[in-house]
Write a protein of this length. Structure first.
Length: 364
């Protein structure tokens, strides 16, 4: 599916059919949330809100497989919708799938029934390969299905913002060139690295623009590989490119949330140099320390371990760790409780219930 404008009308296009849907401007009117005001509201309120990054539990609630959800926009949408109906999240999030953009460029992807997809090998081997690389269209790979999921979520979830997702430029470059190789390339041939990053950013910008057209209220840009670099290198090879995208897509009605679960606290300065509206941190960093570096008008989100806490701990442990983090972050009004990354498949609903129960207990 692709959303296109023809004579001020919008259409969903699939390989088999084209049918008219509600015009894009009307979709926006249906869910016209001023995200600048929404974030100010979160910062000014006395209680803490939660936006865990989770869609896999929704896949399981609806009786579907991960494979179906990452290849079918309708299944993906139903998973988002199911979680929004079940839990009091401050915003709905989509699947954090870091293979969609690489697949669009031509990378091979390994799929399994109930595990997240993974890139197989690497598409590029040399600077010459980088120069030959063509920036794909939004018709490529599973991009149309992800746009479909965002479009449907924006139309049906009307009581809170819907946050789309995309990969960040350096993380995409690493999936195309190999992560170890790109870490060497930035020192051995930085000009080639920048040429690759420019192509990655061009595609991500197109994708973000298309996501904005679906009517979602923002995008979480996952840039975990940037955490492998120093603060200076993070700025040169990631944040400068992210900032260019932020400057072109972010406005009062569309917010960029920059996610970097690779940041241990060493590259927060580079992250906030992007000017994103919110920052999402992983469990490798001290949440209070990184939040102290976030501008007071931006949200700071994180950072319970999605595996050792959400997936593997007992409900009692989830409650304790959630309350401990909330207490630690009490002095930061711009803090939003979240997982440190996407909660993985097979995360129990009992643990998610314990997370929200602990939040309610803290807010009483």
């Amino acid at each position: 599916m692709n959303v296109i404008k023809l004579y001020k009308k919008s259409y969903i296009c699939t390989p088999k059919r084209q049918y008219r849907i509600r015009p894009v401007h009307l979709i926006h009117m249906k869910k016209k949330i001023n995200m600048t005001e929404w974030m100010r509201g979160i910062i000014s309120r006395k209680d803490v809100v939660a936006i865990p990054v989770m869609t896999h539990p929704g896949i399981e609630i609806t009786g579907n497989s991960v494979l179906n959800a990452v290849t079918d926009g309708h299944v993906h949408h139903k998973s988002i919708e199911a979680l929004a109906a079940k839990y009091p999240t401050a915003a709905a999030t989509v699947i954090m799938d870091l293979t969609v953009e690489a697949e669009a460029f031509g990378a091979q992807i390994a799929f399994s029934e109930n595990e997240v997809p993974a890139v197989i090998g690497h598409l590029l081997d040399s600077a010459a390969d980088i120069d030959r690389l063509v920036v794909p269209s939004l018709h490529s790979g599973r991009v149309p299905q992800y746009l479909k999921a965002n479009l449907l979520a924006a139309r049906t979830i009307t009581d809170r913002p819907v946050i789309g997702g995309c990969i960040g430029p350096f993380s995409l470059a690493g999936r195309l060139y190999d992560m170890s190789e790109i870490m060497m390339l930035i020192y051995q041939d930085p000009a080639a690295a920048h040429r690759l990053l420019a192509k990655c950013s061009e595609f991500i910008l197109k994708l973000c623009m298309a996501l904005k057209e679906t009517g979602v209220n923002g995008v979480m840009m996952a840039e975990p590989a940037a955490g492998l670099m120093s603060d200076d290198d993070c700025k040169r090879f990631s944040s400068d490119y992210v900032k260019d995208i932020v400057d072109q897509v972010q406005d009062d009605y569309f917010t960029v949330i920059l996610h970097n679960c690779g940041n241990t606290g060493h590259c927060t300065k580079a992250m906030v140099a992007t000017g994103a509206g919110a920052y999402h941190f992983g469990n490798k960093c001290d949440m209070a320390e990184v939040t102290a570096e976030v501008p007071e008008g931006a949200l700071s989100m994180g950072n319970l371990d999605p595996v050792s806490v959400f997936k593997d701990a007992t409900p009692e442990d989830v409650r304790r760790d959630t309350l401990d983090l909330l207490e630690k972050m009490r002095q930061y009004p711009n803090f939003v409780l979240s997982s440190g990354c996407d909660t993985p498949p097979h995360t129990s609903l009992e643990n998610i219930d314990a997370f929200f129960d602990a939040l309610a207990e803290f807010n009483r």
